[in-house]
Design a protein around this ligand. Sequence first.
Ligand SMILES: [Zn+2]
Length: 117
Amino acid sequence: MESSGSVSFDLGVEAHFCNCDIQASLKTSWTEKNLGRRFWGCPRFGKKSMPLACVYFAWYDPPLYKRTLEFFPPLMRRIKMLEAELQKQREKERRLEIGLVVSCVLGLVGVHVALCF
Ligand SMILES: [Zn+2]
């Protein structure tokens, strides 16, 4: 370990250690201002199973270019909207499948009842 608190990481990246003295996680920001920008953070942060996270934070990637900031947020909003629409369509498809199965079962029961009487 170096005096700066970092050591070589498996991926060829300098590892960082958070205030808990454990190896920090390399995470990716999904905010519009820093979309896709990676940062070091406490591996406990955001985990209910490990509530004692510290506030360690350090950027790994440099700030995004202005042009990138103009392009990516609208694309991400579009992707999220399309994913939501896809989810709605999948739920609708599932309901139709259930309706079809119920109709088939009721149809078979109806035929059976018609044949018996
Ligand atoms: Zn920590």
